[in-house]
Ligand binder design. Sequence first.
Ligand SMILES: Nc1ncnc2c1ncn2[C@@H]1O[C@H](COP(=O)(O)OP(=O)(O)OP(=O)(O)O)[C@@H](O)[C@H]1O
Ligand SMILES: [Mg+2]
Length: 345
Amino acid sequence: MSGVTQADVLQALSTVQDPELRRDLVSLKMIKDIHISGSNVAFTVELTTPACPLIPQIKRDAENAVLALEGVESVDVTMGARVPEDKKIKDLAIKNIIAVGSGKGGVGKSTVAVNLAVALAQCGAKVGLLDADIYGPNVPMMMGVHALPPIPEGKGIQPAEAYGVKVMSIGFMVSEGQPLIWRGPMLHSAIQQFLKDVDWGELDYLIVDLPPGTGDVQLSLVQTVPLSGGVIVTTPQQVSFDDAARAVSMFNKMEVPVLGIVENMSYLELEDGSIRRLFGEGGGEHLAGMAGVPLLANIPIEERVREGGDRGTPVVVTDPKSRSAQVLIGLAMSVAARMSMINLE
Ligand SMILES: Nc1ncnc2c1ncn2[C@@H]1O[C@H](COP(=O)(O)OP(=O)(O)OP(=O)(O)O)[C@@H](O)[C@H]1O
Ligand SMILES: [Mg+2]
């Protein structure tokens, strides 16, 4: 008999941190199914985010912590994940709805929304992407999908699917080149339909690409969709700052937690390794400081990001080792972590 108890194992694991959530695995209630047999200890670590880049480290840390106990000779750790849900969302099998917004147009909202969705799906989360940009629904192009699949007998509207993400766009509802004139009530009912009548199945995250700006259209979207959190995209220069600050206020007013700020087009890395800040600097940091939320990422300007968007092949798929993709994957993990912390509070 080794004499090791469950309490010993939990004690040891309470020294191991989830590096993204910055809390220990025991107080986060992540340890399940502890089995002790002789000198072998087996247990499951159930993460609260699809934290795939961190899994090897957390697994190793947990293993080592328990192996250090006297009388333990082998440890079997099973890694799993269960994303906590936003309890405010009713009547939908969607755990979290996260909007990507901006004050100014063209700052990279859709690029962020698409890569965020795909990165989460690559990590094993169930993800949907709803393109609510009535002015320029770019998500179909950026995801390389151009039409919805046919509706099977007796079923609801099926979303398109690409890179493991279920995709729905306001762009599928109108013919290309047609001007979009949406009045308030029409938009409201279209969005209601997108949420209720589309066969999303169970989702951990639904990412919503909002139209740029903070006018009536954006406001009515934020009111119609039960948002769990918002991410604001901005660029380094002052002209985007004021607009982005208005976007933060809009979320605050609607009591949607702002998960953080993303500064896009932060810098260009030249071939000799030097860095040029084409659009100035400090905008993202300044806004995050003012809003009292984290700056979640500084995304560099890279040609492959633009190409990925134009070709419908997101950079996190085609070039996951590139700097931009690494930043976008890190962003996805931080967004998931911030969302989980809010839901666990
Ligand atoms: N980090 C980046 N590096 C290079 N190109 C980028 C980067 N981010 C975005 N782009 C490109 O900039 C253009 C605008 O980006 P995107 O469409 O994502 O912005 P947006 O905020 O959604 O715009 P809109 O307000 O029109 O919806 C796109 O061609 C995109 O590929
Ligand atoms: Mg866009």
